[in-house]
Design a protein around this ligand. Sequence first.
Ligand code: DGY
Length: 339
Amino acid sequence: MTAKPKVWVSRPLFPDVLARLAEHFDVEAEAVEHRHAADELRKKLAGVDAAVVGLADRVDGAVLEGNQRLKVLANLGVGYNNLDLDALTRAGILASNTPEVLTESVADFAWALMLAAGRRVGAAERWLRAGHWPGSNMRFDDWLGLDIHGRTLGILGMGRIGQGIARRAFGFDMRVLYHNRSRLPEAMERECHATLVRKDELLRQSDFLVLVLPFTPENRHAIGAPELAQMKRSAVLVNVARGGIVDDAALAAALREGRLAAAGLDVFEGEPSVHPDLLSLDNVVLSPHIASASEETRRAMANLAVDNVIAAMGFGESAGKPPTPLNPAVMNRWATSKA
Ligand code: DGY
């Protein structure tokens, strides 16, 4: 009997999803969350045929150096700035991500942050839990927040998630503006009730500005001190994209000095550390990168990553046709270069 190919799963995953892998592979799955250093990652990836990795695993040329065995690397996330796709392609390794399945959950969560930051939900809850609520003596003009309905929503990055956020704005009677590298088809703009504007206009006009753009070197600090200075003092900034798109130190200064009303952040520069100034401010709602973390969606992401591994490794009904590959052309080279 020939040995099964080997798969490494870098983070704990749902047992039933791991069981799907175990039908075809010898599976080594991490039982606890743990950040893998480059050296450890290199060793793990050198000893397996396929791997499922998370956003904290940075797979670059150095990690792949000398790797003769790895064929498939499935990323648990739609964003893949943790992967050096060119290096993977050069090494003949198929990479995949998890688009679509998380779109609606992340759009929901962007709204959760908009509402929570605008209406000061986090700070009010902390205040209540601390026993400060004086009941009927509470001032009538205390805890005033910002209305969301009827305001202008700005979306920076109008991919699938941005469109999902825009569609939800109809129910809140909001005007929707967006800025994107390319204009949406007219039918899509109509469906989203969204109007394309220049980035400076978006910054100036938005009451709520949501960031949903991919993290690329060009997008580093797309929102820094100069951009924050163009925003309304009454505006709310929400980031569900990636840390590093916002200059967190500049954002903390703007929030502290009242140059921006509030923020809702799910992602941070250098996460899991969070800029200490953000931690000390009450006008920012902070969450630990959980925008896609609903029961159904995290399961769907895990299953999609596993679908990619199973199909790309030639098993199952879709053998040879992984559903969401990032560099599908590498598979053409396998026949000659990888057994
Ligand atoms: C992604 O998929 O890129 C999200 O950030 C994961 O939650």
